[in-house]
Design a protein around this ligand. Structure first.
Ligand code: FE2
Length: 295
């Protein structure tokens, strides 16, 4: 896809897949590191998400074994394009998961987002690196194409629509689910306003059909054999990037209030001058939250 098509697809659908960003050696290195790191702390059983969030790890740039997940020129160039060619900022918001229990919920991850999602672009993106096959197998990411907000039907949504005189708020946001067909080495990038759900189930037949997570939970309970299994134990790396401005500052204010997120940022070794200049040379600005007046 050329630059303009990439931007158009992303703005229209709220996500994009980059193919073959990482080599086989990188994929194996990442899987091995994540597996060891998490099993050292929590053993080999399936992990509870709360336990995974409370491990007090550093951000992924602070681990030399994971550093080139982010420090990848091709990836950083694409992020810059998707942020309207603004400077790209990273502040340590990242995590990795291994062999987590299954959780499904339709949500988005924009925080303190006061702007109208139909009239403004939200300059924050998440990068998901899924280190196993989700083209043929289950447990990948589900994206609701073109979705802009995650308000449920009710008074809040109606108030918002009336206040802003914008009745696009009432258009259902979760009508177009897609199970993202990433393979190891691919990256999926989505806008933090885009609704999504984890652990998408892929049907054995009609396997391009993506179901609502509520239906997936129900069918998995009663007729699990209609779904493909996992290819391998699920290993994923997430990181978040943004362009400078009020939406990012509002997002950071929310980060500070969530100890599990802030602990990772706080534990990070991002003040290393070599790391800062290497990142800068690849187009990435490491942001020191302490230098922003966020109170
Ligand atoms: Fe999410």
């Amino acid at each position: 896809m050329d630059k303009q098509n990439t931007i158009n697809f992303f703005k229209k659908n709220g996500y994009i897949i980059l193919r073959n960003v990482y080599s086989n050696d990188q994929i194996l290195r990442y899987r091995k590191f994540i597996k060891n790191k998490i099993q050292e702390s929590l053993g080999v059983e399936k992990k509870n998400w709360k336990d995974l969030e409370n491990l007090n790890f550093k951000d992924i740039l602070s681990y030399p074994e994971l550093r080139d997940v982010i420090l990848n020129r091709n990836l950083l160039e694409k992020i810059k394009i998707l942020l309207n060619d603004e400077e790209v900022y990273y502040w340590g918001y990242s995590s990795f998961r291994y062999n987590e229990k299954t959780y499904r919920s339709t949500h988005n991850d924009a925080k303190n987002d006061d702007d109208n999602p139909f009239k403004t672009f939200y300059p924050l993106l998440r990068i998901g690196v899924y280190l196993q096959d989700h083209e043929k197998f289950s447990n990948g990411l589900k994206i609701f194409k073109g979705s802009k907000h995650s308000y449920n039907y009710g008074r809040t949504l109606l108030k918002k629509a009336l206040k802003e005189k914008d009745f696009r708020y009432l258009i259902p946001q979760t009508l177009r689910p897609v199970n993202v067909d990433t393979k190891p080495g691919d990256v999926v990038i989505w806008n933090l306003r885009t609704c999504h759900s984890a652990n998408a189930l892929r049907l054995k037949y009609f396997n391009k059909i993506s179901l609502n997570p509520i239906i997936e939970n129900l069918l998995e309970k009663f007729i699990p054999k209609i779904f493909e299994p996992n290819e391998k134990e699920r290993a994923v790396i997430f990181s978040t990037f943004g362009a400078m401005g009020n939406p990012l500052k509002n997002f950071l204010r929310d980060n500070i209030q969530h100890s599990e997120i802030f602990a990772t940022i706080n534990n990070s070794d991002l003040d290393d001058q070599d790391l800062i200049s290497k990142s800068k040379s690849l187009g990435l600005n490491i942001l020191d939250m302490k230098k922003l007046n966020l109170k």
